[in-house]
Design a protein around this ligand. Structure first.
Ligand SMILES: Cc1cc2nc3c(=O)[nH]c(=O)nc-3n(C[C@H](O)[C@H](O)[C@H](O)COP(=O)(O)OP(=O)(O)OC[C@H]3O[C@@H](n4cnc5c(N)ncnc54)[C@H](O)[C@@H]3O)c2cc1C
Length: 388
């Protein structure tokens, strides 16, 4: 039996176990937290207690010791159940940066508690209001001081910060006009928010989805030497490592959404009867769902390939980006087909279609817009001229 086949069998068991947990958090549960704009605390606790959120943490630190292939299954099943992994996915999104670049001291200090569920690493602060997609232009600055750093600056869209103990923060440590390349001079820090006090304040942003996200103001935040992750000045490259993981994992959430939309739409189309027959008998209703199903299935193959490459240490930048593009487009295609299939009822909250439609739209824009994914493919994979 090949190792690939064994891994498929293991993920089938995992899929079943996660699906069973998610069954306790049904669509009315997600509808209610959405309408209250509440954090799904019970769900995140259950997922943590079951060990699924620490699946990427090595066994020596108390985690599952598994890879992105398995973590993808967890997130896909959450979204396929009708839920939304965005409440807690960052612990997986950020893990690659910490595992690959964190010191042994940092790993011993944090990973066992994260694995045990007593510590949360659910927030990362990269985006800034004036820099947007051009991360090299961020202005948050960490200046050297005795025994560490003093950080000042502002972040935006820092999600889950009010439900996290740790924040992975990107800051400049050398001004952009003093470095050879704009990607140089940025550093990554692990901020213990429990010790930050008034130096870090968060102002919630109201959004079209239930997503705890914030404007963050940092004033004279002292960070000890031990907060630096990896090499000073190399932070953006370290973040790029994590970004491939993030793109692969969010692709899995898109696949879960896409499957949910196709399932819901096909069963509604088979039972809703108008003009004396099920609406799904009309090809104008049936074909968009079938086309979306094909798109979701094809995107899923690219996602799995990207995850496999990441897990085996192969280069996966092109695959992670293609996966992000294709999966976010496929889930959006499925969402749109479901909206058409449900007719007016698509707009009624009790069917959950409008909620999932809002939620899945995010993936085309964030954490990186698909335009920039296309620019990466065009410029770095196909070698065409640079636009920025
Ligand atoms: C709900 C939500 C949660 C988020 N959570 C986090 C988080 O936890 N941490 C974090 O750091 N960030 C987070 N983000 C921020 C997200 O990563 C950014 O919104 C994203 O990177 C885009 O930046 P921007 O919004 O400033 O868009 P801009 O950079 O202003 O871009 C606007 C538009 O212009 C296009 N564009 C810009 N330049 C080019 C170009 N050269 N070629 C073609 N098109 C271009 C973009 O693709 C986009 O369509 C979140 C965002 C949202 C909406």
């Amino acid at each position: 039996m090949s190792s690939g086949t064994r891994r498929d069998e293991a993920t089938a068991d995992l899929r079943e176990a996660v699906a069973q947990l998610c069954a306790h958090f049904d669509n009315p549960y997600w509808r209610e937290v959405d309408s209250k704009r509440a954090y799904p605390e019970d769900f995140v606790k259950a997922l943590t207690d079951a060990g699924w959120l620490s699946i990427l943490i090595p066994e020596e630190y108390g985690g599952g010791g598994l890879g992105l292939t398995e973590a993808s299954v967890v997130l896909e099943e959450i979204n396929f159940s009708g839920g939304n992994g965005a409440a807690c996915h960052a612990q997986m999104y950020t893990m690659a940066a910490l595992l690959r670049h964190g010191s042994d001291e940092q790993k011993h200090a944090y990973l066992p508690d994260i694995a045990a569920g007593t510590l949360r690493m659910q927030a990362f602060g990269i985006t800034e209001p004036d820099a947007g997609s051009d991360t090299t232009r961020i202005r948050t600055f960490a200046a050297r001081t005795d025994g560490g750093w003093v950080v000042n600056g502002q972040k935006i869209w820092t999600s889950r910060m009010q439900h996290s103990d740790l924040l992975l923060l990107l800051a400049r440590t050398t001004p952009v006009d003093e470095v050879a390349k704009p990607v140089d001079g940025l550093s990554l820090f692990l901020v213990d928010l429990r010790k930050a006090g008034d130096a870090v304040t968060a102002r919630p942003i109201e959004t079209m989805i239930n997503h705890e996200t914030n404007e963050v103001f940092i004033n004279d935040l002292f960070l000890p030497e031990s907060a630096l992750v990896g090499v000073q000045g190399n932070g953006l490259r370290q973040v790029f490592d994590g970004m491939n993981a993030e793109r692969i994992l969010l692709s899995a959430e898109c696949i879960g959404d896409g499957r949910w939309f196709c399932d819901r739409a096909s069963s509604y189309a088979s039972t809703r009867s108008v003009f004396g027959r099920p609406i799904g008998a009309n090809q104008g209703v049936q074909f968009p769902i079938a086309r979306a199903y094909a798109a979701v299935t094809a995107a899923s193959l690219v996602q799995r390939d990207a995850a496999r490459r990441f897990d085996s240490g192969e280069p996966c930048g092109a695959e992670a980006n293609m996966s992000k593009l294709l999966c976010s487009e496929a889930s959006w295609q499925a969402a749109d087909a479901a909206m058409d299939t449900f007719g007016g009822y698509a707009f009624a909250t009790e069917y959950d279609v409008e909620r999932k439609f809002r939620e899945t739209r995010l993936y085309k824009n964030a954490p990186i817009n698909n335009n920039l994914v296309l620019a990466f493919l065009g410029q770095h994979v196909l070698g065409m001229p640079k636009s920025y």
